[in-house]
Design a protein around this ligand. Structure first.
Ligand code: TYD
Length: 131
């Protein structure tokens, strides 16, 4: 899908454990304006169900696993995220849902814009008209 990408992050392994890192413009192609995380998702719950007009995001499963389902109005693709050393780059204008969260999963999301409810398209029919 156009612009969607799994990005492998640097992994520094030593006897004390592992470390991975994300730097703006180096590991991901945008300036990080905001970070948020999703946790304690009850079994069977879904998140997302929206697209952004401008915001781009990078999603990492810091712990556990979940699925990100992307839909550009023509095709649909599911990404299963389950490692903290790679993430999914989601460009603007793509409909997305997240589900299948494992117990104790933790999703880190880095965003290219500040929170703005007006940037959301939460109605799928409106999304289809938008694209
Ligand atoms: P929402 O974007 O609907 O979550 P998800 O995409 O995971 O389904 O956001 C849930 C609530 O959190 C909503 O009331 C708006 C608020 N929120 C903020 O205030 N700032 C933020 O950066 C985000 C992402 C959400």
């Amino acid at each position: 899908m156009d612009g969607v990408q799994i990005i492998q992050l640097q992994k520094y392994l030593d006897a004390r454990g592992n470390l991975s890192v994300i730097e703006q413009f180096k590991d991901i192609p945008f300036k990080i304006e905001r970070s948020y995380w999703i946790y304690d998702v009850p079994g069977g719950e879904k998140r997302g169900g929206h697209a952004y007009r401008e915001n781009q995001e990078f999603i990492v499963a810091l712990s556990g696993s979940f699925d990100v389902i992307l839909d550009n109005g023509k095709e649909k693709e599911t990404f299963h995220l389950n490692r903290s050393y790679y993430g999914l780059l989601v460009p603007k204008g793509i409909w997305r849902e997240m589900d299948n969260f494992s117990t104790n999963s933790l999703a880190l999301i880095l965003a290219s814009t500040k929170y703005d409810e007006n940037d959301y398209i939460r109605d799928y029919q409106e999304y289809l008209r938008f694209i």
